[in-house]
Design a protein around this ligand. Structure first.
Ligand SMILES: [Cu+2]
Length: 477
């Protein structure tokens, strides 16, 4: 036996080796799609010079600000945090319009949540150009990712990815799940290609060491707009404003290809839920290892902020027209009339507001996505929301039977999304409603009295609030 076994193993190994060689040869002659063959051997990006992506994101680390309050623990605020910040994060930045030097300078300037983006359903049959996004019909949507490294942790050479969570029938190569695909090492650049065919609300995150990178802040909202915006469906379902219809009364868009107009909306707001466990963030800044099974988050965030910061103005949130200072860094949200200069400087890296403003009678689409690790229970007190979609799936049976429902509270777990539409009541004076996580610990947080996942819906008399040109847009009223 002893004599023969090694020989058999050897033979088996030779056989496998031979088979591998055959596969490699086959791959070279056509099993591997063009993009992979061009990318894998050289390790360089697909992009030809002069062939810019639709969006270009960078992964890095940075600092953000949460209410310091009375110190809630040894770990918050972080003693390393430069004023006015409190908390170390990993995150993304939109570097689409930056030059090479500006882009490199964004190391240690990540934002949370990651930049919101949205695109139209892939539809080669209606090659129109969305006036509000940029639309690529023929070759899909291109998102480039580079990795700037971690400014606070040069010892960590973690790669990053963009994983579009919930994308159906994904091409593994573009999935951003590093054990089945590729990740982007420090200093490299990779192009993701998407042809999204399922409208709805999604989220994206880095999938490298994902418990850590997700919790550290590499999470953001993304949604796909329905092609019904461009096609309409007969006289009762007009082409939407997003599809180029400027007629008064046309809805901004449709959440889904509903065929009956039941998911029409006049405004849309991303509502991204995340969490911060101060101890873990402190550990990453101070070269310590958190024990993830001790997970006990201190802050519950809405669009990367806690109340009352959720009501503060937006920074630069238009993914296709990002605004920066001359060095390429984000500008802090600008104070509204009457607010002191520098009022929102601490929110420089938390640009996405959660304030909802709308006119009486308008239909408002709330696009909830949860990338904390816990179930959420969001209540819009005094108003009923109609849930029209869940996890980027319309609430309709196969025979078209509506399965949506009305509720003041929507429940959804980690990694889940909800599309809910409410109709603003016919107010004659500005009226405010609260939208909050009904888990008191998460709407008040552990800082004691500081708000958490809470924001306001402000309804104004008809004609007060101008039409939205981008999601989450708000106005100085
Ligand atoms: Cu990462």
């Amino acid at each position: 036996m002893r004599k023969h076994l090694p020989r058999r193993l050897l033979a088996r190994r030779s056989f496998l080796k031979g088979l591998g060689g055959t596969l490699a040869l086959a791959a070279g002659t056509g099993l591997v799609p063009d993009f992979a063959r061009r990318l894998l051997p050289s390790g360089v990006a697909l992009a030809a010079p002069g062939d810019p992506p639709d969006l270009f994101f960078a992964g890095t680390d940075g600092w953000m600000s949460l209410p310091p309050g009375p110190p809630i623990s040894y770990f918050h605020p972080d003693s390393y945090a430069p004023a006015p910040y409190t908390t170390y994060i990993f995150g993304f930045r939109n570097v689409t319009l930056l030059g090479d030097a500006q882009r490199a300078d964004q190391k240690l300037k990540a934002q949370h949540t990651a930049p919101l983006f949205y695109l139209d359903e892939f539809d080669p049959s209606t090659p129109a150009t969305d006036p509000l996004t940029r639309r690529r019909i023929t070759d899909g949507f291109w998102l480039d990712l580079t990795n700037l490294g971690l400014g606070m942790r040069p010892d960590l050479t973690d790669a990053h990815t963009v994983h579009w969570h919930g994308f159906r029938n994904v091409i593994t190569f573009f999935d951003g799940e590093p054990t089945g695909s590729v990740a982007v090492p420090v200093g490299r650049r990779f192009r993701y290609v998407y042809r999204p065919r399922d409208p709805g609300t999604y989220m994206f995150h880095c999938h490298v060491e994902d418990v850590e990178h997700v919790h550290m802040g590499m999470t953001g909202p993304v949604f796909v707009r329905a092609k019904q915006n461009f096609t309409g469906n007969g006289p009762s379902v007009p082409v939407a404003r997003l599809g180029g219809n400027a007629a008064p009364g046309a809805p901004m868009g449709y959440a889904y290809n509903d065929l009956d107009g039941s998911t029409a909306y006049d405004r849309e707001f991303a509502m991204m839920l995340t969490e911060v466990w101060a101890e873990a963030h402190w550990c990453d800044a101070h070269i310590q290892l958190p024990e993830w099974s001790d997970y006990r988050p201190d802050f519950a965030l809405l669009n990367g902020r806690v109340h009352p910061d959720t009501l503060a103005p937006n920074g630069s949130i238009d993914p296709f027209h990002p605004v920066t200072d001359p060095g390429g860094d984000l500008l802090p949200p600008q104070p509204r009339a009457g607010e002191p200069a520098g009022a929102w400087d601490h929110l420089r890296y938390q640009p996405l507001s959660a304030l909802v403003q709308c006119n009486a009678g308008e239909r408002v689409l709330l696009r909830f996505a949860n990338l904390g690790f816990r179930e959420a229970s969001m209540t819009l007190a005094g108003l009923r929301m109609r849930v029209v979609g869940k996890d980027a799936t319309p609430m309709k049976g196969r025979d078209g039977t509506p399965t949506g429902y009305e509720a003041q509270t929507v429940n959804f777990g980690a990694g889940e999304s909800i599309d809910a539409i409410f109709t603003a009541p016919p107010v004659t004076a500005p009226t405010t409603y609260l939208l909050f996580n009904r888990s008191l610990k998460r709407s008040a947080n552990l800082a004691g009295g500081f708000g958490g996942q809470m924001t306001e819906v402000r309804v104004y008399p008809a004609g007060t609030v101008p039409p939205q040109t981008i999601p989450n847009e708000q106005f100085d009223l």
